[in-house]
Design a binder for this molecule. Structure first.
Ligand SMILES: *[C@@H]1O[C@H](CO)[C@@H](O)[C@H](O)[C@H]1NC(C)=O
Ligand SMILES: *[C@@H]1O[C@H](CO)[C@@H](O)[C@H](O)[C@H]1NC(C)=O
Ligand SMILES: *[C@@H]1O[C@H](CO)[C@@H](O)[C@H](O)[C@H]1NC(C)=O
Length: 491
């Protein structure tokens, strides 16, 4: 009954899936391109019998590419008791990437019926958010002076819960929430990394190149290399590692030398119910902020307005362009959401730049709908940027710095957007290209971006992948476990 199937996925051109049916076994080619203008390499060739299953723990690419079909299985047949260690629980609009990831993922897992125990710090002077779910429990403790979890305290809280009712099936730590001294040798533990020292070296190099002659040289570069060595030494104490970008997954296996069956790539996801196309919302937003309909290009930026996020660079690029090109000045408007020291400076650029202040998620969703392209000049190479994913799900094309996590997992080709090296000159060139390409071309890229977003970057997809990983490792690393196997849903 087995038929030969040749399945070709081209992740660059997306959705271009060719099935050729004939006799016997089936061959799956997975290949993709690194965005650099030219084709890259055939990354994987897997030859398998159609009826064969794959070993999930050694699956080399992002689990987001797999379908754990939560529609046909709305409730997992095994509910887990999950311990989560996270330094800080996200509150309101100012949360960083790690916190937003922790919030999105663990709320989704609680909604799936799992019993969650979150060990986190109490925030002075802010009321802790309440959730109407009895299976979501918080265990708060006072942070250390440096803001970390007090290890002895949280471990005691953990032990109490572990001996109450049933013991924990799985432990998840967001970064070093639980230190390796406590985490070591726990086979049912996974750590998610949202930035490792090796990635940061790229940011350090950029910062050093951008340093003005009157600033003293930063010594972080030398220190960073030693930090990498330290990480290479202690990372192996954690049993399972989740990389939030394809690039980080590669680094963990290659540079950090963690065995491949302990490194799993699960890309970040964002709430697809909040971030979705809605033209009416976009229109209302433009009206509210008095954006004239005569503008033919609306650029959008969001996040903390600090140096690390590349604001000095894009500030200079925009300043020069608004000065040198009257047509650009007439037709372009830039919306800046978020706050930070660069907010006030942007106001000096005049009426072409609107500084909106920090926005709540619902407002942010309207903001994405109001713009033509989302621009992120970040210089921080760590983790996988959430704003890019939110814009993609809102059907917007992207323009971002050429950093490995971004080119490897997000802007994987020109059909999704634009990337540039972090210099004023390159940034100007890219902005002029966007402007020349115009709204229609951007809309086309936006559609491709949304397709890729729906395929890879939804919160549902991310939570399903983590759930499967947790189910798999809760059997204490028994790789024969049914949850550690995957069948391709082709037939
Ligand atoms: C917390 O609030 C109290 C009084 O409301 C105030 O005196 C204190 O400075 C605040 N602490 C912080 C860290 O904001
Ligand atoms: C949690 O409790 C179980 C059952 O008593 C025990 O086997 C396990 O070692 C405990 N986990 C930790 C990390 O102490
Ligand atoms: C962890 O396991 C290694 C060997 O697998 C052992 O040498 C070490 O003592 C263990 N550490 C702890 C804290 O149990």
């Amino acid at each position: 009954m087995a038929r030969d199937q040749v399945v070709i996925f081209n992740f660059r051109c997306l959705c271009q899936v060719i099935f050729i049916l004939s006799s016997f076994s089936f061959i799956l080619f997975l290949y993709w391109h690194q965005f650099s203008g030219s084709c890259y390499s055939i990354n994987q060739i897997m030859v398998q019998n159609q009826n064969q299953e794959i070993d999930l723990l050694t699956f080399p690419s992002a689990w987001n590419h797999l379908s754990f079909s939560s529609e046909s299985d709305p409730r997992p047949n095994k509910l887990l008791k999950i311990a989560v260690f996270v330094k800080k629980w996200a509150q309101r609009s100012r949360a960083g990437g790690l916190e937003r990831h922790a919030l999105t993922l663990h709320l989704a897992l609680a909604k799936r019926g799992h019993e969650l125990h979150i060990f986190t710090t109490a925030q002075p002077n802010s009321s802790f958010p309440r959730y109407p779910m009895s299976n979501l429990n918080f265990h708060l403790s006072k942070p250390t002076a440096a803001g970390y979890l007090e290890q002895a305290v949280v471990w005691k809280q953990f032990q109490t819960q572990n001996s109450t009712g049933k013991p924990f099936d799985v432990i998840h730590t967001e970064s070093v929430g639980l230190l390796h001294t406590r985490a070591r040798n726990l086979s049912n533990l996974a750590v998610s990394w949202h930035g490792i020292a090796y990635e940061t070296i790229h940011s350090d190099i950029i910062q050093e190149l951008l340093r003005s002659p009157d600033e003293s040289q930063a010594y972080v570069l030398n220190e960073r290399a030693m930090k990498v060595v330290e990480e290479v030494k202690f990372f192996p104490y954690y049993s399972h590692h989740v990389a939030t970008s394809d690039h980080a997954g590669d680094v963990l296996k290659r540079i950090y030398m963690i065995p491949e069956e302990r490194v799993h790539v699960i890309l970040n996801g964002v709430d697809e119910e909040v971030f979705k196309p809605d033209a009416a919302k976009g229109k209302d937003f433009k009206q509210k902020f008095g954006i004239p309909g005569s503008k033919s290009l609306i650029l959008g930026m969001a996040g903390r307005l600090v140096k690390d996020k590349g604001h000095p660079l894009i500030f200079e690029a925009l300043k020069q362009m608004l000065e040198e090109n009257a047509k650009f000045r007439e037709s372009v408007i830039v919306l800046v959401a978020g706050d930070g020291p660069w907010g006030a400076r942007y106001r000096d650029l005049g009426p072409n730049v609107l500084v909106l202040g920090p926005l709540e998620p619902a407002q942010l969703a309207s903001f994405y709908n109001a713009i033509d392209i989302f621009v992120n000049p970040t210089l921080r190479a760590q983790g996988l940027d959430h704003t890019l994913l939110e814009a993609m799900l809102t059907r917007k094309p992207l323009m971002a710095t050429r950093l490995a996590s971004i080119t490897g997992s997000v802007i994987v080709g020109e059909e999704i957007g634009y990337t540039f090296p972090p210099t004023v000159h390159s940034l100007k060139k890219a902005l002029y290209r966007v402007w020349n390409d115009g709204r229609e071309a951007l809309e086309k890229k936006g559609k491709v971006a949304r397709q890729r977003g729906l395929q890879l970057f939804t919160a549902t997809n991310m939570a399903a992948a983590y759930e499967r990983l947790f189910l798999c490792i809760s059997s204490n690393g028994n790789r024969k476990d049914v949850y550690c196997k995957y069948h391709y849903p082709f037939n």
